[in-house]
Write a protein that binds this ligand. Structure first.
Ligand code: CMC
Length: 436
């Protein structure tokens, strides 16, 4: 970051002396006011619940321009990455800062592929869960448990340990997600097959069974790969910030990523794709396209408590670029599977059309986000709704690790320790039990 000529002055109405605060510039995006010495200079903290105006870190990984609807991984637009690169190239980019050349790609792919199997003991651990456990409950447990199996890559201060744990996590997440699924449907686990692509291998582990050969469909494989790429990173969102905060204590990478999985589980974050698909199914049950107008009226009625799921975003105040790519993939997958007349897709298109023309949505800058179409794609592929967030976690793992490693490598890195505005009781004395 670069010190700006601009400076901020903070003055007080009670006559306390004003303080001058440095301003820093990034390569793009808003400047920041540096308040690190504020407490020492004034005895005051800043107050910003929800981090509405606080940059918790500097980062060179992902940039979002919410007004333009732009998403860049290491400077590359998501549209170019989604159409010209595969997920493992994107992983290399996020982790190491550059797109791999042919030799680097082959080497990286080989390293990831050689780590896809999980310790055999993991399946006994998994078998301790109820069959009807939510896949995210299982994933939170399994990812944290990796630290009990891979003791040679748990030292976060060791760059080699960090690299090997990154490769292990990227390689093993598809295996663990597929195992969680197989367990829930009572089928045998399918071991990874290393001559398949990352996405192809995942599809096979999900849908193959020992009784018949599974042939990977290239259109579905590309769609899966694109879902992974579009979800790979998204700057300092709740789960990424959780991973950073958790990792800032020096805990091992598997434990820090497990914290990210737990955070992603929530319906305001990774759980929204599940909610968007459930909403479409509900409207379909109510009467489908004919009921869209009625549903939109309900969404606009503030007393109804109904939201158009898959619409709106904290950062994007324009069309989420990932939603456009997902819509394209959605059409490809439905055509390939002969589902071009899929009623849910038609319903989604109609909802989108009406919402984009409606003043309520236009004035509030509410546009479709990535979750609006990703559920339809996953459902068409045969993935049950309850697995959607686990697949999001699989894809986001690389972003979490890249952000964690960036933090550990930052010379300004410190344990994260927010402060508070205390509003509880002032000091008081404990009374004997009989007098309380
Ligand atoms: N349907 C109807 N009204 C909405 C919606 C929606 N989906 N989203 C926002 N609004 C309204 C909101 O009621 C408010 O109206 P008013 O100004 O009259 O009070 C206005 O738009 C601004 O909304 P906000 O809640 O202040 O915006 P936010 O930035 O705090 O919330 C959001 C962002 C994503 C939580 C919200 O848009 C939402 O709940 N969307 C539906 C859930 C969803 O699709 N989430 C997925 C996000 S993308 C996945 C990811 O990147 O993790």
């Amino acid at each position: 970051m670069k010190l700006s000529d601009n400076k901020a002055t903070l003055s007080f109405s009670n006559g306390s002396p004003s303080v001058e605060l440095p301003v820093y510039q990034g390569s793009i995006g808003p400047d920041v006011v540096d308040i690190r010495k504020l407490y020492a200079q004034t005895g005051m903290f800043t107050y910003d619940p929800g981090f509405m105006s606080t940059a918790a870190t500097q980062s060179g990984i992902t940039y979002i321009d919410g007004d333009k609807g732009e998403l860049l991984y290491r400077g590359y637009p998501i549209e170019q990455l989604a159409t010209n690169c595969d997920f493992l190239e994107t992983c290399h980019l996020l982790l190491y800062g550059n797109l791999p050349n042919t030799a680097q790609k082959a080497d990286f792919t080989k390293r990831v592929t050689m780590h896809t199997m999980v310790n055999e003991q993991m399946q006994f651990f998994l078998r301790g869960f109820r069959r009807d456990a939510h896949p995210m409950a299982i994933m939170t447990g399994l990812v944290g448990a990796l630290s009990a199996f891979y003791h040679d890559s748990t030292d976060i201060t060791n760059a080699e340990h960090r690299d090997i744990s990154a490769i292990r996590l990227i390689a093993k997440m598809p295996t663990l997600v597929a195992m969680a699924y197989k367990y829930s449907v009572g089928q045998p686990f399918v071991y990874p097959k290393n001559d398949l692509s990352y996405a192809g291998n995942f599809l096979r582990m999900m849908f193959a069974n020992p009784c018949e050969e599974y042939k990977v469909n290239p259109v579905i494989e590309r769609a899966m790969d694109r879902i992974f790429t579009l979800h790979a990173d998204h700057e300092q969102n709740a789960s990424t910030s959780t991973v950073r905060l958790c990792g800032s204590s020096g805990t091992n990478p598997f434990a820090a990523i497990a914290a990210g999985v737990a955070c992603l589980w929530g319906p305001s974050h990774g759980g929204a794709n599940e909610a968007a698909l459930n909403m479409l199914e509900d409207i379909q049950k109510m009467g489908g396209v004919a009921k869209v107008g009625e549903f939109i009226d309900k969404v606009k009625d503030k007393n109804s408590g109904v939201k158009l799921m898959g619409f709106g975003h904290r950062v994007y105040k324009n069309y989420d670029p990932r939603a456009k790519l997902m819509q394209e993939t959605c059409k490809e997958v439905l055509n390939e599977l002969g589902l071009h007349n899929d009623p849910l897709f038609k319903l989604a298109m109609q909802l989108e059309k009406i919402a984009l023309e409606d003043d309520y949505f236009v004035q509030r800058k509410l546009y479709p986000n990535v979750d609006f179409y990703s559920g339809i794609v996953q459902r068409a592929i045969g993935i049950p709704v309850s697995m959607f967030t686990a697949i999001f976690a699989l894809a986001r793992t690389v972003g979490w690790i890249a952000q964690l490693n960036e933090m550990i490598g930052d010379p300004e890195y410190k344990i994260g320790r927010p402060r508070q505005l205390f509003t509880g009781s002032v000091k008081r004395d404990v009374q004997p039990l009989a007098k309380r």
